[in-house]
Design a protein around this ligand. Structure first.
Ligand code: SAH
Length: 410
């Protein structure tokens, strides 16, 4: 068994059960890519079993803090089972659900989403890559499903020295010669809505499941406050647009409401348009702009347009804290423009999914956007990821998605 010996004092975060061991914390030792190593303090005290990753700055990720635990197939079966069972206790109003959320579920570098009867997994660490076959079998066994598609094409894989890998891992072969392979095009029921995705081509594993409950919240606001003119920025496949239309319909205002959706991805916009029709809404009540959000917001201001509600759900501007400063300026810019575009009493749903921007910093950025815009606002709510993307006590980095609901003062 190979050993990692830490530098003096570097055991502290592990004693708090934080699962990352940085390169700078290691005095000596190592292993092959993904190999299980025994992690010890400088004094030789056992700390954890971890997967070694020779080229990553996060040089090892912990599988277990229990010295008696063997890291073998039963370990992965039990870990997958725990994660899946926990979902049964979470409030998830969809058959699209995240079953494993990496570090938060004790499986660093593993993401597993379930869309109906199909699983989609991302293996983004050397450790999960090494145990891929065992994990794949464990997931099928614990869900009772047969189809597992791999979407290991996230850029973070490069940091672990791993090439992208995509395609069916299990259940991809047709049952009989001549049969079609399983579909890549799937649909889910989220709250009362039907939404579609393509697991091979969509972002992440195909869909932004983490925003599920914020979309529902947006529908609730649209209904209660009677939104008529809604702007959904960075709309992807239009989840918030469908939510807005649903809220308007529930308020009896579907006939005179309008939702404008902006994204820079043509295929995403096509799907957003299809989602409007699929959910029985009048496509004349929705428009779709293939454009840059920043430029569009400036254009709307110039034209004197105003909105009752705006969603800002941009991509990750700051993947790590090192990018925080530039990202902060980008967040501030779009938030300032959006606040200026709201009518008094209008509502902004604004998000950051950047790991490098804390909830506190995001709050400050939006506050300073308000100051620059000359707009005062009530913070009605703080939002986060849906419960199947859990935050944990021991891994604060799990809080990547944060949102604020701000009402412009009248
Ligand atoms: N709110 C969406 C998820 C948004 S993901 C949902 O609920 O599903 C972020 C989106 O921003 C992606 O679809 C991406 O294509 C888009 N995007 C990134 N940069 C952009 C830009 N400068 N202007 C417009 N859209 C952009």
């Amino acid at each position: 068994m190979k050993t990692l010996r830490l530098r003096p004092g570097k055991e502290r975060s592990l004693l708090r059960r934080h699962p990352w061991i940085f390169e700078s914390a290691i005095a000596k030792g190592g292993g092959d890519s993904g190999e299980t190593v025994r992690v010890e303090s400088h004094e030789g005290q056992f700390l954890a079993w971890a997967a070694f990753s020779p080229s990553s700055r996060i040089r090892a990720r912990v599988w277990s803090f229990d010295e008696a635990q063997r890291i073998d197939a039963p370990f992965f079966i039990a870990a997958c089972a725990r994660s899946i069972i926990a979902r049964a206790r979470f409030d998830v109003q969809s058959d699209g659900i995240r079953l494993v959320h990496g570090e938060s579920d004790g499986l660093p570098g593993l993401i597993v989403d379930r869309y109906g009867d199909t699983l989609v997994a991302q293996f983004t660490s050397a450790g999960t890559e090494r145990w891929k076959d065992v994990i794949a079998d464990a997931l099928l066994r614990e869900t009772g499903l047969a189809k597992l598609y791999e979407r290991s094409d996230a850029s973070v894989r490069a940091l672990e020295g791993l090439e992208p890998a995509t395609g069916w891992l299990r259940g991809g072969a047709p049952a009989q010669a001549g049969d079609a392979p399983p579909p890549l095009e799937l649909s889910i029921h989220e709250h009362q809505w039907r939404l579609t995705l393509n697991i091979a081509e969509g972002h992440k594993t195909g869909f932004y499941l983490d925003q599920r409950d914020s979309r529902k919240r947006f529908a609730d606001y649209a209904q209660r406050l009677g939104f008529k003119h809604v702007l959904n920025c960075f709309c992807y496949t239009g989840g918030f647009s469908v939510a807005a239309l649903a809220g308007m319909r529930a308020a009896g205002a579907a006939a005179d409401g309008h939702v404008t959706s902006i994204d820079s991805s043509g295929p995403a916009l096509e799907r957003a348009r299809a989602h409007v029709a699929l959910n029985g809404f009048d496509v004349n009540r929705a428009s779709f702009l293939d454009a840059d959000v920043n430029a569009s917001l400036r254009q709307f201001l110039k034209e004197g347009q105003r909105f009752d509600a705006i969603v800002l759900d941009p991509p990750k501007f700051a993947p790590t804290a090192a990018h925080a400063e530039r990202a902060a300026r980008a967040y501030k810019d779009i938030n300032r423009l959006a606040l200026q575009l709201l009518i008094p009493g209008g509502v902004l749903f604004t998000f950051s999914c950047s790991g490098g921007i804390s909830a506190d910093l995001f709050h400050k950025i939006v506050a300073s956007a308000g100051a620059d815009a000359g707009v005062d606002g009530y913070i009605l709510e703080r939002l986060g990821g849906a419960p199947d993307h859990p935050m944990t006590l021991e891994f604060p980095e799990g809080e990547y998605l944060k949102g604020l609901v701000v009402m412009r003062k009248g």
